[in-house]
Design a protein around this ligand. Sequence first.
Ligand code: GDP
Ligand code: MG
Length: 163
Amino acid sequence: IKPLVAIVGRPNVGKSTFFNRIVGKRVSIVEDTPGVTRDRIYADAEWLNYHFTLVDTGGIDLASEDVLLSQMRAQAQIAIDTADVILFMVDAKQGLTAADEEVADFLRRFKKRVILIVNKVDNYPKLDNYYDFYALGLGDPWAVSAGQALGLGDVLDEIVSHF
Ligand code: GDP
Ligand code: MG
């Protein structure tokens, strides 16, 4: 049975864009409108000689800040229960938000491997506000641009090192 890697994070941070890049196909829907991914989408992925299942999560609607947070917690809980490695994605363009801090606090309570990915670092290696994300207490953030396909190899090396 292949390891399961789940991507969690706020709507619009680029989870589905990242998912499609890693899977190498346009499996998941990328939308400018937050919350478009329906439920969970699974696909086979591989890097070097490692095969794993990547899970994109979504289904969040932005009824209110409270609903967003409770849905993100539910999303994170499913990842904790089922995934071998959790990718927690944040957005360098929007910067650190209160919702990111809440979810990071939640994820830190469990003994699951969490890899913090800072997406939308489009002018890599210029790191924008990347350093702010150390405050989440999840170790070194990994800077990527899913849109520009930058930094993905390094984060894939990190992911498979935990299998
Ligand atoms: P999700 O809601 O987390 O699944 O986010 P999506 O993958 O649907 O992306 C939300 C928006 O961010 C879309 O307009 C994407 O084109 C855009 N986006 C995704 N990755 C990047 C990136 O690396 N840089 C920039 N500038 N935009 C990105
Ligand atoms: Mg999505």
